[in-house]
Design a protein around this ligand. Structure first.
Ligand code: PRX
Length: 653
């Protein structure tokens, strides 16, 4: 971007005037405050925004870097911060959650009611022997119960680990096993797009695979009413288990560093990693970003469309909005049911003020709206909207502009928030009443976040030149370790390349040479981003080679207009290379196989067969070449080092 091509889009005076961070000078002042006294900056916010049972006296402890500690001698409880303190502040009768079910049914829960629900669930956990530090896996759809289960774990100091409801039995099994979970909370099924989809049978299958004997109790929420198999002595219906639980429950006051949750995410090797988050630092950033990035006000209705199975659903559904005493939407359905106007109807019906979604959803809704004016956002009253957000993947400028013009009516700033499962909350993002916007750029670091772009040696690269995105100083909501694998934590995020000093995000980025604005250029490791969902290429490859037909597989990404990236798999079968109908049948079989091994989101969009994969003479798979083939590019690379150039023709697709 050069200055001539950069069109800065400014927030209205009205938005600036009322914003928590009002104008660029206010943003710069916060950055300067953090620069001058880094610990003081975070400590001030931690004292102002979090309620501590025992105030902290230590701020950042770097003595065992990169295992950083924040506010280590402070004690608190996240559920107290999200519920009790709002009730105590007089918000008991305020609606905390507006739940809109797949079929359109609406249920409202006040803060007082939510507190009772969480206390009963917390008492249930305790009655089953769940105690501080125990792991509880939650495999639930988007429901009030999902939020309640997470909050209840936080209340008793148990560490929750959510497994997204679209993940397979194998994925669920691996996560329960790795976490050493003592309890599973699941449901009979879930509703999506008018269909009832089973969940408990998948959990049964996961248990059948073995290795989950650590799980002593399975609590089953009745959602769809489907017939399910209940194992005597282990499985119990949630409504039965809750029946006689008391309505109050003393929170477990935990140290700030006590793990609040694990969330498994894909890395560049086969096995998903259990990202471990803290209590105090995580909560602080959840609240702070709600205030500064979303400019949340007491009267606002906030809607984040993510699933609680992803980190966005943790920070911006279960914790952030509730800790701020906001009213939020919890939405069970899908954006296209009963039609692709659903999002706009929900915004209209509930007068949503702040709307946070993913670029993939926007792109699919643009297509739908173009084909049918009746479900175009302009056909709805979206005047309640004040701020829009985007997350999970780069938003292309055309989608940004459509979102800005048609959903935001040209008056709502879009906060394009860059962050990761590991970062706990926003890292690089506009602040709506301060930062002039550029479509496709996540603009500038959140105050206090020392994001930078460096080369392989760790030296800063000049603006205008691409490089590796790092964070130079630890921040409160950062990942603490990978569950059970400190070594992998250090190797993945604090590699020796940067003398172990910088957090490595795993993304490439570039700063505009004039504005210094950041644009994320994509992952620099073997991680793909499909519809904002993170997938490791090795994870998909392992799933493919686990199929008895497959000898070898290589997976790469290719740009896709709708899903951002699409998965392309190059496969060598043990038998002959199939063609015609045979090939079609095996493609379907392998695709379903990956769906069963990992989950439907991991199914390759394109599977191609070769007698072999392109390899160097030393046997290394030439992935760069495969990426070119996947995109359908003419091969201009030198293929003379290829052991078997003839197979390129087969793999062209
Ligand atoms: O590549 C970046 C992309 O998503 C990755 C993180 O994925 P995950 O841990 O699943 O968390 C997603 C939700 C926070 C990043 O490494 N990413 C996320 N947000 C953006 C983004 N890429 C560009 N722009 C964004 N706003």
């Amino acid at each position: 971007m050069s200055n001539e091509s950069v069109q800065l889009i400014y927030p209205s005076d009205e938005i600036v005037k009322n914003a928590a961070v009002s104008g660029m000078d206010a943003y710069r002042a916060l950055c300067a405050e953090a620069e001058a006294d880094y610990e003081g900056f975070w400590a001030r916010h931690a004292r102002e925004l979090v309620t501590w049972k025992q105030p902290f006296t230590q701020v950042l402890d770097e003595s065992n870097a990169p295992f950083f500690k924040w506010f280590a001698d402070g004690k608190l409880n996240v559920s107290y911060n999200c519920l009790d303190r709002n009730v105590e502040a007089g918000l008991g009768d305020k609606v905390a959650i507006i739940f809109e079910a797949d079929n359109g049914d609406v249920t409202k829960v006040t803060y007082k009611e939510l507190l009772v629900k969480v206390c009963k669930m917390a008492n249930l956990l305790r009655s089953k022997g769940v105690k501080k530090g125990d792991r509880v896996v939650i495999y639930l759809p988007m429901t009030i119960e999902g939020v309640v289960a997470m909050q209840a774990c936080a209340r008793v100091g148990a560490i929750h680990s959510i497994v997204f409801g679209g993940f397979s039995a194998q994925s669920l099994r691996d996560r329960m096993h790795d976490a050493g979970a003592v309890m599973l909370i699941t449901s009979d099924g879930q509703f999506r797009g008018g269909k009832a989809i089973p969940l408990k049978p998948i959990a049964d299958e996961a248990f059948g695979m073995g290795g989950c004997e650590c799980v002593k109790n399975v609590i089953v929420f009745k959602r769809t009413g489907a017939d399910v198999n209940m194992v005597a002595g282990r499985d119990e219906w949630l409504h039965d288990a809750l029946a006689n639980q008391p309505e109050t429950c003393e929170p477990e006051w935990v140290e700030a560093e006590h793990p609040l949750f694990l969330l498994y995410t894909s890395g560049s090797t086969g096995k998903p990693k259990g990202v471990q988050h803290s209590t105090g630092g995580y909560l602080l950033h959840a609240i702070l970003t709600m205030k500064y990035t979303f400019d949340i006000k007491p009267e606002d209705t906030f809607w984040c469309t993510a699933d609680i199975g992803w980190v966005t659903g943790h920070t911006y559904i279960t914790y952030g909005p509730l800790a701020c005493g906001a009213t939020e939407i919890v939405f069970e359905g899908v954006p296209t049911y009963p039609d692709a106007g659903r999002f706009w109807k929900v915004i209209q019906d509930h007068k949503v003020n702040i709307f946070y979604t993913a670029p993939t959803a926007i792109r699919s809704l643009i297509k739908a709206a173009d084909n049918n004016p009746a479900i175009h956002p302009k056909a709805y009253d979206l005047s309640s909207l004040r701020i829009l957000g985007s997350v999970g993947e780069p938003i292309n400028p055309a989608a940004w502009q459509w979102y800005y013009d048609n959903v935001g009516g040209g008056r709502c700033p879009i906060v394009d928030t860059f962050w990761q499962t590991e970062t706990g909350g926003h890292m690089i993002t506009p602040l709506p009443g301060a930062t002039p916007l550029v479509p496709g750029s996540c603009t500038l670091p959140f105050p206090g976040i020392q994001a930078a772009i460096v080369d392989e040696t760790g030296a800063d690269v000049p603006w205008g030149q691409g490089g590796i995105l790092v964070v130079k100083r630890p921040w409160p909501s950062m990942i603490r370790t990978i569950w059970g694998d400190d070594e992998r934590f250090v190797k993945s995020y604090y590699p020796a390349d940067f003398q172990g000093k910088y957090y490595l995000a795993g993304d490439g980025a570039i700063r505009d040479k004039d504005t210094g604005y950041f644009t994320i250029t994509g992952r620099i490791d073997d991680v793909l981003n499909v519809s904002g969902h993170r997938m490791g290429t090795m994870e998909i490859e392992s799933a493919l080679v686990a199929n008895p037909l497959v000898a070898e597989a290589a997976v790469v990404g290719r740009p896709d207009d709708l899903t951002g990236e699409a998965i392309v798999a190059f496969v060598v079968l043990k038998g002959q290379r199939p063609t015609g109908d045979d090939a079609k049948r095996i493609i379907k079989e392998l695709s379903d196989w990956v769906g069963k091994e990992i989950g439907p989101i991991a199914k390759p969009k394109d599977i191609r067969f070769g007698d072999n994969l392109p390899k160097t003479r030393s046997g290394k798979i030439m992935r760069r070449l495969l990426r070119g083939l996947a995109k359908g590019e003419e091969l201009t690379q030198d293929t003379s080092t290829l052991e078997n150039p003839a197979i390129l023709e087969q793999l062209k697709g």
